[in-house]
Ligand binder design. Structure first.
Ligand SMILES: O=P(O)(O)OC[C@H](O)CO
Length: 196
């Protein structure tokens, strides 16, 4: 893994972070109109595409960095969290789902930062699939909010997978901490007593 942070993949991650306040503003101001939701959808889709692009470029160009592994999931979480809070405020996604997702994302981020001294926990395959599921849920809520049955099924599956992958990171963090903990020193052997 490269150590530097000034790479194109990391710049794309930064762009995704930059899109977050714009997405929040569009949804807050015009999220109750179909036009506003389509603008938000375009913004959200473009930002989500940078997630695919940064990972692909980083692997292809050998530019995987510790910085990217740490900040990429944070950018995804900021984007998803902003969209979900705004969608719940518009009654398009149930609040319980948003609260559970936010709790998992905060917990995983705190976990990552807590074990940072032992190493970076990169996004797992399950975690990437979780972000894809969350993205699908948000796209569906923005594009077809009237498909309530489909949306409910996607919400339930996404939340369940979000929680499961969160627990998996918990196990990974515990394993990383155990592996990097310095081995216990063997007790000092005292010299044999000289016969008196
Ligand atoms: O499950 P996380 O926290 O590793 O997040 C996964 C990332 O969003 C994938 O890009």
């Amino acid at each position: 893994m490269t150590r530097g942070m000034w790479t194109l993949p990391n710049a794309l991650t930064g762009l995704r972070l930059l899109a977050v306040p714009f997405l929040g503003a569009v949804l807050a101001v015009a999220g109750d109109t179909p036009g506003g939701r389509w603008v938000a959808l375009a913004l959200f889709a473009a930002a989500s595409l940078t997630d695919l692009a940064d990972g692909w470029l980083a692997r292809r160009w050998g530019q995987c960095t510790d910085f990217g592994a740490l900040v990429d999931p944070i950018a995804d979480k900021a984007l998803v969290a902003t969209a979900l809070v705004c969608l719940s405020a518009r009654d398009l996604v149930p609040w319980w789902a948003t609260v559970v997702v936010l709790a998992r994302e905060v917990a995983v981020t705190v976990l990552r930062l807590t074990v940072l001294q032992h190493g970076v926990i990169p996004a797992s395959r399950g975690g990437k699939l979780k972000t894809a599921a969350q993205t699908t849920m948000i796209v569906l809520a923005l594009a077809a909010p009237e498909w309530t049955a489909v949306l409910t099924a996607v919400v339930v599956l996404t939340v369940a997978w979000t929680v499961l992958t969160g627990l998996d990171y918990g196990a990974k963090a515990a394993a990383l901490t155990r592996a990097r903990r310095p081995a216990l020193q063997p007790p000092a052997v005292s010299p044999p007593h000289a016969p008196g």
